[in-house]
Design a protein around this ligand. Structure first.
Ligand code: ADE
Length: 316
């Protein structure tokens, strides 16, 4: 879209933003569909006590070389109002399909849709995790860990390619610098890797990236649960570990620890998935993402490459 361009665009007059419809409510604020002149945009409004998430999210979007097809496009951020009425706004591109979570709840997916979503999810995460060297005009992009990766934080564009969103907890790793404040137990319990649930406190860059990959395994599992390619039933959408015999709707930390750390449980990979060669291959990729041993997990780049190769062999 023409009007909304760069974050530093001085012609961007945010007084012209009209909020249209509340689309999502989260821990860190609410997301609105809004109109800016002729374009729809998404406006995330943070409560004042979430100022740190708002700051972190802007900082991540404004890193050099941060634009990528599979990362949500940032438009602008602004502190609105004064004194007791301060609101913290973050404008991004708007995607009518909403989050992957919203979409999976409402739709069953074909094999080619699964492939596209899985590959673009991995591509967005691989880009985020990668360090990109400086160019003659641009500084290096540091590696970034997301730290709250889940299906609610992946958005689907109109062509069903994915983009990663929600960087309020993200951490950047600039070579030679200490990362920011890194207390361990952040993110969404349901998606926490065993080492996070265990309360390990000292993670380095690679350890943080592996924590994202555990969550990526759960998101890929969510995708397979809604795929109609194999012969066998496709049930109602459920979050990872949501099934009644598992941890239910609002698991406590203790419940998640017992399940994921002590009993080393993972969501069920159905037998009938293994009779479809492509789904079987994604199922083994998933197992290599959520391995108890963090060092054995696949990298995002490797997941992306595997799914790309799979798409080439099975769809050609
Ligand atoms: N929900 C959260 N962020 C969104 C966005 N940018 N577009 C559409 N729905 C969203």
């Amino acid at each position: 879209p023409g009007y909304v361009s760069t974050p530093s665009d001085a012609s961007l007059n945010l007084d012209k933003v009209k909020l249209i419809e509340l689309r999502a409510r989260g821990r860190f604020g609410s997301v609105w569909k809004a109109q800016l002149v002729t374009d729809y945009v998404a406006v995330k409004i943070f409560p004042l006590q979430e100022k740190q998430s708002w700051m972190t999210e802007q900082e991540i979007y404004n890193l050099p070389q941060m634009s990528h097809d599979n990362v949500l496009r940032f438009i602008a951020s602004e502190k609105r109002g004064e004194n007791l009425n301060i609101e913290l706004w973050l404008l991004t591109e708007f995607h009518e399909n909403g989050s992957l979570y919203d979409y999976l709840k409402a739709h069953v997916l074909t094999w080619s849709q699964i492939c596209k979503i899985a590959e673009t999810v991995a591509s967005g995460l691989a880009f985020l995790h990668d360090e990109i060297p400086p160019t003659s005009t641009l500084e290096a992009k540091p590696a970034v860990a997301h730290r709250d990766f889940k299906s609610k934080n992946v958005l689907l564009k109109s062509d069903l390619s994915a983009c990663v969103a929600d960087f309020g907890l993200a951490l950047k790793f600039e070579p030679g610098k200490a990362p920011g404040e890194t207390h361990g137990l952040v993110g969404t319990r349901r998606y926490m890797a065993p080492e996070v649930l265990e309360g390990a406190i000292c993670f380095n860059r690679d350890a943080f990236l592996r924590i994202d990959m555990y969550a990526c395994g759960l998101v890929l599992w969510e995708l397979l649960t809604r795929c109609n390619a194999a012969e066998g039933p496709v049930g109602e959408y459920q979050l990872p570990f949501e099934a009644v015999q598992e941890v239910g709707q609002h698991p406590s930390l203790e419940t998640m620890q017992e399940y994921v750390v002590n009993r080393k449980m993972r969501p069920l990979l159905h037998d009938h998935w293994k009779r479809h060669p492509g789904m079987a291959s994604i199922a083994s990729t998933i197992e290599e993402c959520w391995d108890q041993d963090a060092e054995a997990r696949l990298s995002a780049g490797c997941v992306q490459e595997r799914i790309a190769a799979l798409t080439r062999t099975l769809n050609s």
